[in-house]
Design a protein around this ligand. Sequence first.
Ligand SMILES: [Ca+2]
Ligand SMILES: [Ca+2]
Length: 162
Amino acid sequence: MSGGFRSYFDRNVPSIAIHSLFDKYDIRRAGKLDEREMKSFLEEALGLDFHQSEIYFFLLDKDGDQRISYEEFKDWLRSGERFQRLDDRSKFERVCMAYEYFKTFDTDNSGTLDRGQFELMMKYLGYHHLNMDKIFAKMNRHNNGKLSFWEFMIWLNWAPIE
Ligand SMILES: [Ca+2]
Ligand SMILES: [Ca+2]
């Protein structure tokens, strides 16, 4: 992984520096990074491979709108996470596996699980005993009826950032 950009992963980096970094990759000036823009940051600037950047995109998109907002971007850089999830191989493999399940049950390819897709996944994973309404409501922190991968990872305690 390349060195220079790692210096952005610091609580003391001024907001203005983070903002200019964000703006640099916000090619379409939408105020949010789409999947392509965020991946180009992760791959070109940070040296992630294609697979790693895909997982990270989903790990950082907290609300599951398929865009990385400035807040999501900043929270991550400020978290001091520094790709812990990549450096710990076995943990990263677990996250990848969870992502594969998540994708499999996201049959409409929206990047999030609705209530029905969620229940199918949970049952497949063996969570028959849970009250699905309750657990969905609990996991769906953004309370928008769509479960993001980040919300799922928070529940499993595998998310890199809160
Ligand atoms: Ca988002
Ligand atoms: Ca879906």
